[in-house]
Design a protein around this ligand. Structure first.
Ligand SMILES: [Zn+2]
Length: 366
């Protein structure tokens, strides 16, 4: 990525620290019952970015989410009615982590274009950007909140979107606007559903935004494995950072993760784990230089999800980055593995006339 990362001003860090002062929850989260772990799928057609074709100028495959959803249905692993359709993130929810000043900045096209690294967006009216890009991000971020709630109930949840780990309290960057993971954690903490959270960020780029959002908050532990020497530069200091050299392949990657994860879980004592499962460590990704295979990425996600299930810790998988043409296939293979191992949460009770389902089917919304 080409973003220029600026040092944050002191007031921004103060804002982050203030946002980080979570409610002290007293109750234990409801742990999934043994042997009853199932996977909740979260997705809405409203995640789809649409700027009348201009969005194709960005390296991100904007159809990644819908391709995965459709393929899971084609595979017979889930039906359309099995998808939990999330609500759009509200202003109030965003303000649990990000500032009002930041939300105001989204009314300026040039600023949003900078956050999204999409210069073309400068030429569009703010209302078009809001409808075509920001609203889809609010839905996909709402999906992270819904998935976190579902994970507490079922053990595992997968949001077919989310993982916007470069978003900071006072600015977006690196194609990320809303800090969905810190927001989901904060909401669950305020509702006293969880006390502590662990973010396992395996996207090839460090989740600098998540780290800044959770700065000074001892209830959130950030663990990141990322490539050294690429965006973001400089890196933020998370609770546990592992830098990997360009060219790192499956064996070294998986060995490093296998060695680090048990200690990270022990140290962080999480009530929930948020896995940012970006698939940009894949060989050939245009924005990174690692050399993992599709099978390696599937094994990586399995390692984290199975480790959480074995310890009865609810786990949420988010899709994060991944910019090559095969990105959607790799993430589909990973989700498929999880669904085959634990089975999907069935939602036949959701009638086809519900507005949420219409969203998934792509019917026009009022
Ligand atoms: Zn990335």
């Amino acid at each position: 990525m080409t973003a220029t990362v600026r040092m944050l001003a002191g007031f921004l860090l103060a804002a982050a620290a203030s946002a980080a002062s979570a409610a002290t929850a007293q109750e234990q989260p409801p742990a999934p019952e043994q042997g009853k772990t199932a996977v909740a799928l979260v997705y809405s057609k409203a995640y789809q970015i649409n700027l009348g074709g201009l969005e194709r100028m960005h390296p991100f495959d904007i159809h990644k989410y819908s391709k995965i959803a459709q393929q899971l249905v084609k595979d017979g692993l889930a039906t359309e009615s099995d998808f939990l359709v999330p609500k759009e993130l509200t202003r109030e929810e965003i303000l649990t982590v990000q500032s009002a000043r930041f939300l105001d900045s989204l009314k300026d096209s040039a600023t949003v274009a900078q956050y999204l690294e999409a210069p073309i967006a400068k030429r569009l009216p703010a209302v078009v950007i809001d409808r075509g890009m920001l609203r889809p991000f609010r839905y996909a971020s709402g999906g992270t909140v819904a998935a976190a709630r579902a994970a507490l109930k079922h053990g595992v949840a997968i949001n077919l979107g989310g993982g916007y780990h470069h978003a900071k309290p006072d600015r977006g960057e690196g194609f990320c606007i809303y800090a969905d993971m810190p927001i989901a954690i904060r909401i669950l903490q305020r509702e006293r559903l969880i006390r502590r959270a662990l973010v396992v960020d395996l996207d090839v780029h460090q989740g600098n935004g998540t780290i800044v959002c959770c700065h000074g908050d001892e209830s959130v532990f950030t663990f990141s494995m990322h490539e050294a020497g690429i965006y973001p530069i400089p890196k933020e200091k998370g609770d546990r950072d592992i830098e990997l050299a360009a060219g790192t392949g499956d064996e070294a990657y998986l060995r490093t993760l296998r060695d680090a994860l048990p200690e990270v879980i022990r140290q962080s004592r999480p009530d929930i784990v948020l896995l940012q499962a970006g698939c940009d460590p894949l060989a050939g990704d245009p924005l990174a230089n690692l050399a993992m295979t599709k099978e390696g990425i599937v094994a990586r996600d399995a390692l984290v999800i199975d480790a959480c299930v074995a310890r009865k810790i609810p786990v949420v998988m988010l899709l994060g980055g991944g910019y090559s043409r095969e990105a959607w296939e790799v993430q589909h293979a990973s989700i498929r593995r999880t669904l085959e191992k634990y089975a999907v949460v069935r939602r036949q009770e959701q009638p086809a006339t519900k507005p949420g389902l219409k969203k998934f089917l792509g019917k026009k919304q009022k």
